[in-house]
Design a protein around this ligand. Sequence first.
Ligand SMILES: [Zn+2]
Ligand SMILES: [Zn+2]
Length: 121
Amino acid sequence: MDWFWWVLIIFWTGGFAWAADNIRTALRNRHERRMQLMEAARQERLAVEAAHQPPEPVCGCTHHLAKHDKQGRCHERVEVPTAWDENKKPLRYEAGQCNCQQYVGPQPLSQVFAEELTDRA
Ligand SMILES: [Zn+2]
Ligand SMILES: [Zn+2]
């Protein structure tokens, strides 16, 4: 019966190693697949969020819509250089007003329009 035990041992060890290898590979593949799915879902959610979010109402002068009055003039305080060194680098600043004449950024949806949308949903 000696040969039988040898065959069995070889089969066990070899078989276990093979099975363990397969399981490890399968688990790793499943893990990778899950990570890919999670990443895809995350990208999708970000895209949906971006699509639902109105664009930041920021003007070309880099200041927010709220800083502009009804006529479109920007009231944001800015630093205006008043003195320069020989390399034309500003040395001193003075508080001034942004000289933007008109808001040119995206317009946010009006409150009425937003309420209509939420009522329908
Ligand atoms: Zn502006
Ligand atoms: Zn401005």
